[in-house]
Design a protein around this ligand. Structure first.
Ligand SMILES: Nc1ncnc2c1ncn2[C@@H]1O[C@H](COP(=O)(O)OP(=O)(O)OP(=O)(O)O)[C@@H](O)[C@H]1O
Ligand SMILES: [Mg+2]
Length: 354
């Protein structure tokens, strides 16, 4: 048995929390809510104890552009260290950027006034990978879920908070009596639901989900993905859904962006990407996703990439992928390919398609 994320199998087992929430058809994505243009996040590398000298920079994110629409899920995938979390943190305004522009609902993050900033801090939330480390073990679930309301001065009286916490727990498939328990009394999947309830407390429009199921057992991953999908249908949320492989994002994403060493190499509608991946890196990532059908699985060709991911301190010239690309040509070493639309909305940054 392969370690795929088997959503179908899990929804067939009764009664999944997500299906109990609201089995409505998926709405069409609405207007654009987030725009990232040529985003750069470079971390300075310094040397010296007393006098720090800057000796270089880690180009964690180096020219990333994409948009996110209301009610849409954009999957963001790529190997460890390619800049996914850094991209997410920059969107949450939790990091200083080195270049580019991020706009939320038409307003530039860099030029928000206080009221806009306050609104933004409520509207964009994050769910973290580690459901064990991200919840304070000394707080009851009730206080954990109410904390964002307290911080933003939206808690109201005790009764109102109590009702809101119960409502939030119900939304993520937990029961009201669980509010009085501590995080250690819950399983990994349940803790992640608590993390989601916290993120929902402020009624956000966008949630950056940073590998929210990677730390969970495969059997639990599908249930938590289903919770995200049901909430999206119910609340019209937009997700930037980060994962390191293409198996996890398949069911939840409308579109998928593939990152390699600080840049997006391909971005396309989910079905197009799986049916005809264009970038050699996407092809390699996809070839590593196991197929459920035994026959197809046997015939499947795996593309094993040579070598390690180069350091973002000193990325290769030209196309950053050329050092590992099975199809690299001479000019890939010197000319950086642009991310371009090839007429059908599938954008790829590769000289094979020039
Ligand atoms: N605060 C920081 N200071 C210096 N370098 C950093 C910092 N944060 C991240 N980096 C570096 O930036 C690069 C991108 O890191 P990032 O965490 O965004 O990758 P990721 O794609 O989320 O990886 P993973 O799949 O392991 O979570 C890595 O080389 C990382 O070491
Ligand atoms: Mg990360």
């Amino acid at each position: 048995m392969t370690a795929t994320l088997d959503i179908e199998a899990s929804t067939a087992t009764p009664p999944s929390v997500a299906t109990a929430i609201e089995p409505a058809p998926r709405p069409q994505p609405g207007r654009e809510i987030l725009r990232v243009q040529d985003l750069k996040v470079h971390f300075p590398v310094t040397r010296g104890v007393l006098v720090k000298r800057r000796t270089g920079s880690v180009k964690a994110v180096d020219g990333v552009s994409f948009t996110l629409r209301q009610g849409e899920t954009l999957g963001l995938v790529g190997e460890s260290g390619c800049g996914k979390s850094t991209t997410g943190l920059a969107i949450l305004k939790m990091l200083e950027t080195s270049g580019g522009r991020i706009t939320y609902d038409g307003t530039d993050l860099a030029s928000m006034d206080r009221a806009q900033e306050r609104h933004f801090r409520r509207s964009v939330q994050m769910v973290y990978q580690d459901p064990f480390g991200s919840l304070n073990p000394r707080m009851r679930v009730r206080d954990l879920v109410a904390e964002p309301l307290e911080i933003h001065g939206l808690a109201g009286d005790r009764e109102a908070t109590r009702a809101r916490v119960a409502e939030l727990l119900e939304m993520v498939g937990l029961l009201p009596y669980m509010a009085d328990r501590y995080p250690h009394e819950f399983s990994g999947g349940q803790r992640q639901r608590i993390g989601i309830a916290r993120a929902l407390a402020l009624k956000p429009a966008v949630i950056v989900c940073d590998e929210p199921v990677s730390a969970l057992d495969v059997s639990i991953q599908a249930q938590v993905v289903n919770v995200f999908m049901a909430l999206q249908r119910r609340l019209g949320l937009s997700y930037l859904f980060i994962a390191h492989d293409l198996a996890v994002v398949r069911h939840i994403s409308d579109r998928i962006a593939v990152m390699y060493l600080g840049r997006i190499v391909e971005i396309a509608d989910r079905d197009a990407l799986y049916a005809r991946p264009r970038h050699p890196y996407t092809q390699a990532l996809l070839s590593a996703v196991p197929v459920a059908n035994v026959q197809t699985e046997r015939l499947r060709k795996r593309i094993v990439l040579r070598g390690e991911v180069p350091s973002p301190l000193n990325p290769p010239a030209g196309c950053r992928f050329h050092t590992r690309c099975p199809a690299a040509m001479e000019h890939c070493r010197s000319q950086e390919p642009d991310l371009r639309d090839h007429g059908d909305g599938q954008m790829v940054a590769c000289h094979l398609y020039d």
